[in-house]
Design a binder for this molecule. Structure first.
Ligand code: ZN
Ligand code: ZN
Length: 310
């Protein structure tokens, strides 16, 4: 199960009822933050899931509307009692270390270790500090190095208790087999496959923001047919006419985000990162739903729980 909350849905500048880009994901109590625009810590507190369980932060790119919330949030984590035994890992594209170094001039003495992991190519990696979330990233086209991310929560195969009983296996050994390890019992090795069912589909969440629609990003969302349970994608512009020529190649329209969802085999799409001139996103929703009906307009604070398939 994953809980997902859009902490902020604005791009470029914050507005009175629209905070800057940030998405919060909760898996088994652990919190993962994706992007951290100005004011994100206030939205985090409003969400009420606590600050202490914040594990890694993933940054798509180092434009101000995605990182300016970091210094304040990192400072508040220190005030919340986070100490030397609770390191924090921040992932992001190459300029992150330099940008963060500059931002943290205002407070360089954090009471907990900060680890910065630079991601410069497509990569699959276990997300530090979480119980088994697998992340992946790929570069997208923007005017600075920018990454799209996916978070995958695996689902354990069904445990066949009848079979375990039939083998005479004590319950104390079930957990080890459930976690994929073999056990020694009655003079022989019992392999997990003897008591576990077939692999089951997990959950996959994808975030694509500040990006051009390209075949490679469609492939990333599709992930070889796995697709995404939820795609969160930017809808900087309601329609093609709103796209300033100067920024044409840097951001997606509602229809482009919907095309990404459709061609990437997403089950649902949340639009976010609205441009500041987009007063009423609902006026343009049809641009997306004609391409991909399962499109929802993101709003600050919008939260949903994604469950495993029945
Ligand atoms: Zn942005
Ligand atoms: Zn940007």
């Amino acid at each position: 199960m994953i809980d997902v909350c859009l902490l902020g849905t604005g791009g470029t500048i914050p507005l009175p009822r629209r905070r800057l880009s940030a998405t919060l994901v909760r898996v088994g109590g652990d919190l993962v933050l994706l992007d951290c625009g100005e004011g994100t810590q206030v939205a985090l507190r409003e969400r009420g899931w606590g600050l202490r369980r914040l594990r890694p932060i993933l940054i798509t790119h180092t434009h101000a509307d995605h990182v300016l919330g970091l210094p304040g949030l990192l400072l508040s984590l220190g005030f919340s009692g986070r100490g030397s035994e609770e390191p924090l890992t921040i992932y992001g594209p190459p300029p992150l270390e330099k940008v963060l170094g500059g931002l943290l001039v205002v407070e360089s003495r954090l009471p907990y270790p900060l680890r910065i992991v630079t991601l410069s190519t497509s990569k699959v990696f276990p997300l530090e500090g979480t119980g088994g979330i697998e992340a992946s990233c790929t570069g997208v086209e923007h005017d600075v190095p920018c990454l799209a991310y996916s978070l995958s929560v695996p689902r354990a195969p069904r445990f066949n208790a009848e079979r375990a009983h039939a083998l005479g296996l004590p319950v104390t050994q079930w957990g080890q087999l459930q976690s994929g390890q073999s056990v020694q019992f009655a003079g022989r090795t019992i392999e997990p496959g003897e008591v576990l069912g077939p692999n089951r589909r997990g959950l996959r969440l994808v975030l694509v923001t500040d990006a051009t629609l390209t075949p490679s990003i469609v492939e990333f969302v599709r992930a070889g047919g796995e697709g995404a349970d939820l795609l969160i994608a930017e809808g900087m512009y309601g329609s093609e006419e709103d796209k300033p020529t100067r920024w044409e190649s840097l951001h997606m329209t509602f229809a482009e985000a919907a095309t990404l969802a459709r061609d990437g085999d997403a089950r649902r799409l949340w639009l976010t990162h609205y441009g500041p001139s987009l007063d009423d996103p609902s006026a343009h929703l049809g641009q997306a739903t004609t391409v991909f009906p399962a499109t929802v307009l993101g709003q600050d604070g919008m939260t949903q729980t994604l469950g495993f398939d029945e």
